[in-house]
Design a protein around this ligand. Sequence first.
Ligand code: ZN
Length: 358
Amino acid sequence: MCLSLSCTHHNPIACIVPPYMLRVLALRGDAATAQMARTLLRHDEALRDERAAHASPPVAAEGVLPMADPGLCCPERRIHDGEFRAALPGRLVRSEGEAPSGIADADLAYDSAGQVFSLFAEEYGRNSLDGRGMPLVATVQHRRDYNNAFWNGEQMAYGTGDGRIFRTFLELSVIGHEMAHGVIQHSGGLIYENQSGALNESIADVFGALSLQRALDQQVHEADWLVGRGILGPGVNGRALRSMKAPGTAYADDLLGQDPQPWHMDHFVTTTDDNGGVHINSGIPNHAFYLFCAYLGGRSWQLPGRIWYRALQDLNNPMASFSDWADQTLRTASALTGQGSMEGQLLRRAWKLVGIAL
Ligand SMILES: [Zn+2]
């Protein structure tokens, strides 16, 4: 499975705050903000190196497990308190089945991990992130004033934010996003650069948004389709990190600048920054997913989520382009809803509207 030199990219450090946001802060921020951003950028790089050293080939795609799998009922959560230090995983404060720890962040991480587990188990028949019941390990209060959250290939870690630019990272779409990186890693592992990397980011956003919508039992038109709503600090002019409904509009701030996400291939950004724009161009497949859901109506974690999940299991192409992925979703839609179905036609229309004609 491991593709020679590329294999270190299978299991990347996946941080929720993209490096281009940090670079802007390093350039435009006051002395303290610029210092914070430079430190985070250095930390980001160190995490990547560490991950590359431990990278293992991904396991084969799990497919849909039979619902009889006894593990499907029960997550195995282990939430740690980082106590504002850098060491991972920190002090274990709540294991599966235990009463609330009294640490608000830890209890929120526990409940949210349960909701994400339940999405994958009950809707898609998957037993945890690896399909084999792996424990859900998370650290809250990671480092002091830490403005990021990440999946490092083995666990999630969440900073508290500095209270100024970010106020928290414990929000269900962010937690679902980070955990979905674990699912993607174990399902063929889209390589984290260029278009396949943007697909990795987009699919993480999709399951992050679906985790939240399912927890709130929202229909497509009731949902805000934001990733990270409420995590930006009080002084920042913005609603969230990203918008799937209207990419490019999540924030417009004196310090952070304008949300750079395009929603159409005409505005695809070619860059070497951000692993080839993985957090930028993800707006395009994000918007296609949103459009498909909007055309269908109803609950997006049902048929649309099922198509995206099955397509990921069957993709078998770690370097997939947007067109490859669109094609796979259409094949999966045909398999689930029949050749020439209305759903398949609507999906084709959604891809066409973002500039991917098949
Ligand atoms: Zn990510």
